[in-house]
Design a protein around this ligand. Sequence first.
Ligand code: PLP
Length: 388
Amino acid sequence: MKHKIETECIHITMDNNEHLAVNVPIYQTSTFKFHNADHGAELFAGKGQGYIYTRIGNPTIEALEKAVATLEHGYKGLITSSGMAAETLIFSTFLKSGDHVISSESVYGPTSTLLKNVFSNFGIETTFVDTSSIEEIKKAVKPNTKMIYVETPANPTLVVTDIEEVSKIAKEIGAKFVVDNTFSSPILQQPLTLGADIVLHSMTKFLNGHADVVAGCVIPKTEEDYKALYSTHKHLGGIISPIEAFLILRGIKTLALRMERHCQNAMKIAKFLENHPKVERVFYPGLESHPQHEVAKKQMKGYSAMISFELKGGLEAGKKMMNSVKVCTLAVSLGGVETLIQHPASMTHAGMPKELREQAGITDGLVRLSVGIENVEDLIADLDQAMS
Ligand SMILES: *Cc1c(COP(=O)(O)O)cnc(C)c1O
């Protein structure tokens, strides 16, 4: 990174093109012309300047690949059609039948389903552990452990895992260490600088930030891992369209500014909730009451926008609150400029048996907030009226 990250967010999303356009042009094309037969042959041999076909490479998408790699201090990025496609790309590149994965037990729901119900069919076994405990990880290691997969901070109780400590175990056992950095964005946390091998994002969330694109990215630290991922990616085929790459590049221009406001607003709201008589507990890594606050302080530059809190009245209180908010929007997803609120027990996790749900920390009264960049007084007033 040549400049400070706030400057990079603006500069890496500009372009040096023949017409001197300030923004990266949208090359909305599936295929590219060759000058002549020799040029075509050269490109297919992996030499020379130019593009062949958009699934294999496209200038607008390539600008985004470089941008995310700069922000995460990686070798080069791979852009995927969703965050889930980013995970699929990583698992299919580095795992084979007979391998074992250790994953955070608190992960995005579909991530655990992907490992449990899909990759298990290909002979890949996963052990889910509380990765905030280094001891638990060590206990789960098997001779065939090939990957440690961590989400931090994680869904839904914002458990924080010490990236540097986990990287030591991964190195010792020769496993790939993958971090889902979606909740932090590269502004607040850069796992590759803390020892991770591969970072992924659901760019649907903070990186794009405007709730109008579904996309993901994978950023490896080394050229070797990049080459392995690229070779799988162009055959799996889960790419995005150039126009979506353009929208994400535009989103990244304001990423640093947005994260600053997200963090400020979330901190004020977390403190407000912690002192509210109708709230039993607040989960936010920025609060001193958070069990891994010290780890978060060490590895993050801010505590991001995700807050979970438990209402005293259980299921009924949760539903009532959902029906009473006026400024917050009742919807799943996160990381956009707008504040979103949802109630896992009656929504995202309603299909889960109550016992398992509670084991995972998703109690009846748990509410999840993705704090936006609105005026924080309006947000606090809205939450206050909705709880009363
Ligand atoms: C949303 C999300 C994903 C999946 O991303 P999609 O873009 O919805 O496929 C993965 N991990 C985390 C932490 C997420 O929030």
